[in-house]
Design a protein. Structure first.
Length: 161
């Protein structure tokens, strides 16, 4: 008798004691493996998210030595995740949040025309941050600062230095 021959007319019970157990075991391993991979795929991002540190945001505070503020030019920096531009016009120093009031692009300071220009939809603001042209009605947000020992320090948006 050929030992490799499988009689396909018989069901698992008729094939002997090992055939059904092997198939069942294979199905259990396949289902268990699929469930384990699925659980890991779903669970890992959740666990990774929950283990993240509490403070993810940028915490840097923008400080500028006054000597680095050049007449007519913009000095850019980051303060708590916001792009800040500081301009010096004569003896007056002004600081702005560089976020366009239209849809949030970052404006550019054009020292030649002394205007802020948004590259996204061509809004223009004067050197006080007031809208001049383009699709904007609101001014750029002024940012408070203090000068301490010849260093300009942007104040926190919550009023703290
Ligand atoms: S985002 Fe600045 S003009 Fe639209």
């Amino acid at each position: 008798m050929d030992m490799n021959h499988v009689d396909k007319t018989k069901n698992a019970d008729q094939l002997g004691p090992g055939a059904d157990g092997t198939r069942r075991r294979f199905c259990q391993i396949a289902i268990g493996g699929t469930a384990a991979v699925s659980a890991a795929a779903v669970g890992y991002p959740v666990v990774a998210f929950l283990r993240l540190p509490k403070s993810l945001g940028p915490v840097e505070l923008m400080e500028v030595p006054l000597e680095e503020l050049v007449e007519g030019y913009g000095y850019w920096g980051e303060h708590r995740g916001r792009q800040i531009v500081v301009i010096r016009l004569g003896e007056e120093i002004r600081a702005f949040d560089g976020t366009c009031s239209h849809l949030g692009c970052i404006v550019r300071w054009d020292s030649a025309s002394r205007m802020f220009k948004c590259p996204c939809h061509e809004a223009k603001y004067d050197d006080l941050g007031n809208p001049v042209s383009g699709p904007v009605n609101a001014p750029l947000r002024r940012v408070e600062f203090v000068v301490d020992e010849d260093v300009l320090k942007i104040r926190d948006f919550f009023g703290q230095a």
